[in-house]
Design a protein around this ligand. Structure first.
Ligand code: MN
Length: 435
């Protein structure tokens, strides 16, 4: 250690923006500063450099310094770098040694506990790297490993768990309009459910209890995008088109940088996920919408997607559970309608069913009784009486014997398609609009 010959041999100062100092006596420092550079080269790694005897003694650590004590990580001992390198960040041209992007991940002071040709035992005092780390040689000159010796600086730090069983939805229909604002809505993509465990820039993709990382090579780039962020993601593997590779569409975050996110409300987890800004060729954050379920359902139908997932905004993540807090809505569409008539219930005269039409009043669309709740019947009754009229407002098609009203009360239904006569198949009432 302590010579820059190999560093100079590997670099042409005409071709790389890296500092290449003139030959001469090495500067003298206090052997107490370090820098860690995140290096997006052919493979992402972190370069840990400790100032010692006028150079930066360096290791390339493929997964970065371990946050937790326990298993050591590979640390490839590389050539000494000049002290000036501690300030270097930039783009090394492709084709040059170490071609790729270098950023400064952390820097600070360190203390030496032991320094020999086989063991380097130091305490780092950085912003992100804080604690005691031991580098130890395991074989040839380049073969080293690094282990964290003390507990994480953050006492609440929780290690990244093994991937749990994903939470499941129950089949259902859109929540009533009165509850719409309590729900978040996502597109159902009809893909394969998968969890991604990302740590040290490396992705492990799990689906149906199997490791499918090797089958989705493009998704591995997500590791580089996340850098040192440690995360457990839930999503779907979807083929968006024949000419596209499979995309991982991410809808939830279960663990993030030492914190379990599962007890957090869905809306908060979605904020954390959105902040990660995951957008790549083979991965995307799946969009979500707070409220407006009918619009999301219509958009899903327009795009030919199999359906919509409704998730209660306040709900936590329950691994392996089929929960009523998540609803999978398939095979239905949503529509705005106007009430043109109704039929009373024999027992109490409250509305038993509603005769609905297109909002412009031009067509009768069918009779709706499913989905009407008791509070809705009580709310509707006085309004229907106030709007009473003698004749059907529909030009044609409405059944005889209804109680007719002026078409002024607008509502929303979900339905499973159209009959041959042009009426709604299996319509279900969601509620009055604007009430
Ligand atoms: Mn490097």
């Amino acid at each position: 250690m302590g010579e820059l010959g190999e560093y100079r041999r590997r670099r042409d100062p005409e071709r790389t923006p890296e500092p290449v100092p003139a030959e001469g006596p090495l500067p003298r420092g206090d052997d107490d500063t370090f820098v860690i550079q995140e290096h997006h080269a052919r493979r992402l790694h972190w370069d840990v450099r400790l100032e010692r005897d006028g150079v930066l003694v360096s290791w390339a650590v493929p997964k970065g310094l371990p946050v937790e004590p326990g298993s050591p990580r590979l640390a490839v001992h590389t050539e000494d770098h000049p002290l000036e390198y501690a300030d270097f960040a930039g783009e090394i041209p492709a084709g040059e040694y170490g071609g790729g992007t270098v950023t400064i991940w952390d820097r600070g002071h360190y203390e030496t506990r032991k320094w020999s040709g086989r063991t380097v035992d130091v305490v780092l005092h950085g912003q992100q790297a804080r604690g005691r780390f031991v580098f130890f040689r395991t074989g040839g000159e380049r073969d080293w490993m690094v282990r964290r010796m003390d507990a994480p600086a953050d006492p609440d730090w929780q290690p990244l768990p093994e991937a749990p069983e994903p939470m499941l939805a129950t089949a259902g229909t859109l929540p009533p309009l009165a509850e719409d604002a309590d729900w978040g809505y996502e597109f159902g993509w009809g893909g394969q459910r998968a969890l991604a465990r990302v740590e040290g820039g490396r992705v492990q993709l799990l689906a149906g209890g199997a490791d499918v990382t090797a089958e989705h090579r493009d998704v591995r780039g997500l590791g580089g995008a996340l850098g040192s962020t440690q995360v457990l993601l839930d999503g779907q593997l979807v083929a968006l088109g024949a000419e596209h590779p499979t995309s991982f569409l991410i809808a939830d975050v279960l663990h993030l940088d030492g914190r379990c996110c599962q007890p957090l409300p869905y809306a908060r987890r979605r904020e954390l996920l959105d902040a990660l800004d995951l957008r790549g060729r083979a991965w995307q954050t799946s969009p979500w919408y707070s409220g407006g379920g009918a619009d999301v359902l219509r958009a899903a139908r327009d795009r030919g997607l199999p359906g919509v997932l409704a998730k209660r905004l306040e709900s936590g993540y329950r691994p392996g559970r089929r929960s009523r807090d998540w609803r999978e809505i398939t095979g239905v569409d949503a529509l705005q309608v106007v009430i043109g008539g109704w039929r009373p219930r024999a027992a109490d005269g409250l509305p038993a069913s509603l005769l609905v039409g297109a909002p412009d009043g031009t067509a009768y669309l069918g009779t709706v009784s499913a989905g009407l709740t008791e509070p809705q019947r009580h709310e509707l009754a006085p309004r229907l009486h106030r709007a009473a009229r003698r004749s059907s407002p529909f030009p044609a098609g409405a059944p005889a014997g209804g109680r007719w009203v002026t078409p002024s009360l607008h509502g929303e239904v979900v339905f499973e398609g159209w009959t041959r006569r042009g009426t709604l198949r299996r319509p279900r009432w969601r509620g009055l609009l604007g009430s």
